[in-house]
Design a protein around this ligand. Structure first.
Ligand code: RP5
Length: 166
């Protein structure tokens, strides 16, 4: 247990866990604590409600919610907390995440959910860290360092292929 601000990562099924683990990995890189759990908006609404309300009371400051198909979990989480919710549309079923993307981004005015790309769990983790970093300068510095590493990696990639004929 920690008093540090932490992130709840919640998903609709254990079949979502592999993709959602990329959000956890991003938070691990930045040393941001999280809990990782499953609750379904449709199959276990009472469990979803209990986890979200208890997590808010216990210091979760950002919620990451992943779901596939009729992806109502992120919206339900947003209905239960006034803290920021990041939705992760997941590719499953016949429509491979397009259905989940539409479900997550089409929230009614007043109850926002920020959405990343289909399967974009890593960006959800990074965005959650960025939100927490607004009040944590050391975390903000770690995020800036990672940006610098990425920029250096792009320069290295260019060196492998660049040429000029002028
Ligand atoms: C959604 O239905 C879940 O988020 C998952 O992406 C999808 C399939 O769930 P399972 O049938 O694998 O439990 O609610």
């Amino acid at each position: 247990m920690t008093n540090k601000p932490w992130v709840l990562i919640i998903m609709g099924s254990d079949s979502d866990a592999e993709t959602m683990s990329h959000a956890a990995a991003a938070l691990d890189e930045f040393g941001v604590p999280y809990e990782f759990t499953v609750a379904s908006a449709h199959r276990s609404p009472e469990r979803a409600r209990q986890i979200v309300t208890e997590s808010e009371a216990n210091g979760a400051v950002v919620f990451i919610a992943g779901a596939g198909m009729a992806a109502h979990l992120p919206g339900v989480v947003a209905s239960l907390t006034a803290r920021p919710v990041i939705g992760v549309p997941l590719a499953s079923g016949a429509l491979q995440g397009v259905d989940a993307l539409y479900a997550i981004v089409q929230m009614p005015p007043g109850i926002p959910v920020a959405s990343v790309a289909i399967g974009g769990a890593r960006n959800a983790g990074i965005l959650a860290a960025q939100i927490i970093a607004t009040s944590d300068p050391a975390l903000a510095a770690r995020i800036r360092e990672q940006r610098q590493s990425m920029a250096a990696a792009v320069t290295a990639k260019s060196k492998k292929v660049e040429k000029s004929t002028r």
